[in-house]
Design a protein around this ligand. Structure first.
Ligand code: SAM
Length: 300
C-alpha cells in the first residue's frame, strides 16, 4: 500500500513513518509513503496557501489551487473536466520523504482520497478495514478553517473525522487514520495479534461454555454485527502491590478463562459503549453473562 499525506507541516508526520512498526513495514516493502508539502505547490514568491473566507467570518481557508496541484501530483484526478488546479501549474517538486516508493497506482486502481475533517464520518474499525484494502490512500490535512469546498467536490472520496472535537490541524488526525489502517495491511502485524482485539468480529476468544476444548463463540458480523471491547489483560508479577491477577487466569482452566474474558468484555462494553451491544446478534452465552452482570451490581 502507498500512503500519500498532503500537509502544510509534513515535519509533524515524519517521525511516525520513520519509527517502530511503520519503519519495519516500509523496510519490508509493505508500505510506501510520500509526505507532500502543499506549500511547494504555491506559485507566488511567499508560497501563500490560505486566504479569507467568502461571506466573511473569522479565520483563513486553504486555497484550492496549491492543494489541487498537490493532489494531481500525487495521482488524484478531478471529477470535473478541467481540474480545479488547472491554472498556473507549478512544476512537481520531489516528495519530502526520500523513502517514497513507486507503489500504489501500479495496480491501475485510482487512489482513494480522504480529507480529515471534524465534519466527516467518524472513523471506526470497519472503515479502517475498508481503507486497508486500497492500493493507494491520499490523505489531505486541513489547517486554519479547513479547505475550499471545491477541492472536496472535485477530489475527495471520503471525509473522515477522528472524533467529536476540533484539532488545530489535520496531521494528528491523519496519523490516527494511518495507524489504524496500515497495521491491517497483510504482513504488517501477525494475524493472531489482530484476531481478538477490541472491535474484532471474534469477541471473547474461545468458548465461554463449561467444557474445556469447546469451539470459540464467534460473534459474526464485523462491521455491522456485535463487536466488543477487549477484556482486561495482565502480565507478571502476579502480585503488584496489593493488586493481584484474577485467580482464574492462572488456573489453567481454558474454558473458565474464556468465559471470564467474555464476561469482562461484556462488562466493559456495557459500561463504556452500550450502543455496541444494541446492535444485537449476541450468542445465548453472552446474553446469559449480561444477565449475570446486571444482577451483580457494581463490585465484581
Ligand atoms: N472549521 C472547521 C470546523 O469547524 O469543522 C475546523 C477546522 S480545524 C481548526 C483545522 C483542520 O484540522 C481541519 O481542516 C481538519 O483537517 C483537522 N481536524 C480538526 N479536528 C478534526 C477531527 N476531529 N477529525 C479530523 N480532522 C480534524
Amino acid at each position: 500500500m502507498k500512503i500519500s499525506v498532503l500537509s502544510l507541516f509534513p515535519e509533524i508526520l515524519k517521525g511516525f513513518f520513520e519509527s517502530s512498526i511503520m519503519k519495519r513495514a516500509v523496510e519490508k516493502g509493505l508500505i510506501s509513503y510520500d509526505l507532500v508539502n502543499i506549500r511547494d505547490f504555491a506559485t507566488d514568491r511567499h508560497h501563500k496557501c490560505d486566504d479569507e473566507v467568502y461571506g466573511g467570518g473569522a479565520g483563513m481557508l486553504m486555497m484550492p489551487a496549491p492543494l489541487g496541484r498537490a493532489l494531481e501530483a500525487s495521482g488524484a484526478r478531478s471529477r470535473f473536466e478541467a481540474p480545479a488546479s488547472a491554472p498556473d501549474p507549478a512544476p512537481m517538486p520531489a516528495p519530502e520523504s526520500g523513502e517514497a516508493a513507486e507503489g500504489g497506482a501500479a495496480s491501475g486502481r485510482s487512489p482513494r482520497t480522504i480529507f480529515l475533517t471534524p465534519s466527516g464520518r467518524p472513523l471506526n474499525q470497519a472503515m479502517a478495514r475498508d481503507f486497508a484494502a486500497e492500493d493507494h490512500l491520499i490523505l489531505v490535512c486541513g489547517h486554519y478553517e479547513g479547505i475550499d469546498q471545491r477541492i472536496i467536490d472535485a477530489y475527495v472520496d471520503d471525509e473522515v473525522s477522528i472524533g467529536d472535537y476540533v484539532l488545530s490541524s489535520g496531521e494528528v488526525a491523519a496519523l490516527v487514520l494511518v495507524d489504524a489502517v496500515y497495521r491491517l495491511v497483510p504482513g504488517v502485524i501477525k494475524g493472531e495479534s489482530l484476531a481478538e482485539e477490541s472491535f474484532s468480529a471474534h469477541a471473547g476468544g474461545a468458548s465461554a461454555g463449561e467444557g474445556a476444548g469447546s469451539e470459540p463463540p464467534v460473534l459474526e458480523g464485523g462491521a455491522s454485527g456485535p463487536c466488543l471491547l477487549e477484556y482486561p489483560q495482565y502480565t507478571r508479577p502476579a502480585d503488584y502491590g496489593r493488586m493481584k491477577v484474577p485467580d482464574v487466569l492462572s488456573s489453567g482452566h481454558h474454558a473458565k478463562i474464556v468465559r471470564w474474558r467474555l464476561k469482562e468484555q461484556l462488562r466493559k462494553t456495557l459500561a463504556y459503549r452500550p450502543e455496541l451491544l444494541a446492535k444485537g446478534g449476541l450468542p445465548e452465552e453472552a446474553l446469559k453473562l449480561l444477565r449475570e452482570i446486571s444482577t451483580e451490581g457494581g463490585d465484581t
